[in-house]
Structure formats: C-alpha cells, structure tokens
Design a protein around this ligand. Sequence first.
Ligand SMILES: NC(=O)c1ccc[n+]([C@@H]2O[C@H](COP(=O)([O-])OP(=O)(O)OC[C@H]3O[C@@H](n4cnc5c(N)ncnc54)[C@H](OP(=O)(O)O)[C@@H]3O)[C@@H](O)[C@H]2O)c1
Length: 236
Amino acid sequence: MNRHFKWALVTGASRGIGAAIARILSENSYNVLLLARNEALLREVSREIIVKGGHARWLGVDLTSEADLKKLREWARNSEIRFSLLVLNAGIAKVGKVLEMSMEDWRKVLEVNLLSPVALIKNLESFITSPGQLIFINSAAGKTAFAEWGAYCASKFALRAVADTLRAELAEKNIRVTSVYPSSVNTPMHDELSLPWDRSKMLKPEDVAKAVLAATEFSDNVNVNDITVENISGKF
Ligand SMILES: NC(=O)c1ccc[n+]([C@@H]2O[C@H](COP(=O)([O-])OP(=O)(O)OC[C@H]3O[C@@H](n4cnc5c(N)ncnc54)[C@H](OP(=O)(O)O)[C@@H]3O)[C@@H](O)[C@H]2O)c1
C-alpha cells in the first residue's frame, strides 16, 4: 500500500539542496517528482528514495527549454498527477564583476534562476492543487548584494519579487508562497566556483531541506513568507 498521498515537484533534484529536499519530503508523506538535466543522477536519487520506502519519479528536463517544459506538461497530463507543492530550487551561480561578466553569462544566470521558475509555474498552473504551495529556494544573495555576485544577486532579488507578487496573486486560489534564504551551503555548486571559502562552516543541504519541510507543516491558511537560514558562524 502506498503510504504517501500528496505529490511534490522538486527542480534541481539531481544533487545538492534539491536532492536533500526530495529526500526529506519523501520521508514526510509526499510522493516526489524530481527534475534536472542529469538523468543518471536523477535515477540514483530516485532509487535511493524508493529503497527507503518512498515514492519517487524523475524526468530529465532542461528547465530553460520550452520543448522540455512542454514534455513535462504532457507527462503531468498523462499521469493525471496534481501537485500540492512545487519547490523551485534549480539554480546556477556565475561569479564576476558586473561590467566584466559576458552578456551571455548574464543571460544564462537570469534565464535559469529567474525566468525558468516563472515558465515552469506557468506551464503547470492547471496541475497545482488548491490548496497548494510554492517554495522558492532563494539565497542570502537575494537580500544583500555582494561584490562579484551581481548577476546572481540580481536574479535572486528579482526572484524574491516574483515570489512576493505570486503570494498576492495566488492567495485567492489558496496557494501559499514561501521564499527560503540560505547562506552558503556545501554543495557541488561550490566545486565549480572554487572560491577560498571554508566549506566546513557552510550549511548542509539537509539544513535547507528542513526549512522547506517546516514551511509545509503549517495549516493551509498560513503563509510562511520568508525563512532565513544561516550557519551560526556566519554567511560562509
Ligand atoms: N550552495 C549554496 O551556497 C547556495 C546558497 C543559497 C542558495 N542556493 C540556491 O540553492 C539552489 C540549489 O543550489 P545547489 O547549491 O544545490 O546547487 P547545485 O549543487 O549546483 O545543484 C543545482 C541543481 O540545479 C539543476 N539545474 C541547473 N540548471 C538547470 C537547468 N537548466 N535545467 C534543469 N536543472 C538545472 C542541476 O541539475 P542538472 O545539472 O542535472 O541539470 C542541479 O540539480 C540554487 O537555486 C542556488 O542558487 C545555493
């Protein structure tokens, strides 16, 4: 018998924070649909969830591709699944001064971090339950601007505006909206950035996942607008 009953979709669930969110939700009464591009990693995370008695499906999608979003919508239509929760987590970071970063990198950061969650929600709007919930994984960089992080900060400041606006617009549909603002988290994102930061002082992906779970545990009539999560030793 399937002990689960609600479906959650998690973007960027192939690794890092998204994988931790998928795991914790699957342990707490959610079936989970995992999205990202790397199918081998998605399969691995799903298998791990299923072995522990959870219910997981996955779909390889590039969230910036209209064709892939259409594939996702078809998948939702065919499977007759309705999502109680969308976790908009997928994101990328590129570091560089505002005037030195290529316009190509500017566009990529804004496309993945800001526009792809909007496109995803637009595509899946009719597959979200009422009551329902959207949780955006924002960042400390969504509230404070840091030198060399201009594009990333711009994407996350704007993502905050999207979340706040959707909260106002979707309340009548009983859809709650939360933004989670973590400081640095020790994930594969930092393998690529290779900054001289002490990764042992960063948050763990599971810390952010716990904040997401906490936001789901309030009553359907309660909006938990913002959750800030920081390591006690500082931002990184
Ligand atoms: N790590 C931090 O210090 C930190 C701090 C605060 C907030 N955050 C935010 O937390 C979120 C997750 O970050 P993370 O640290 O877990 O990063 P990560 O380890 O690099 O994981 C990023 C995830 O996003 C997916 N992704 C990236 N581009 C995609 C695309 N075009 N289509 C589909 N999936 C895509 C990746 O999957 P594929 O490569 O398989 O597509 C991966 O699953 C991001 O929004 C990030 O801004 C991170």
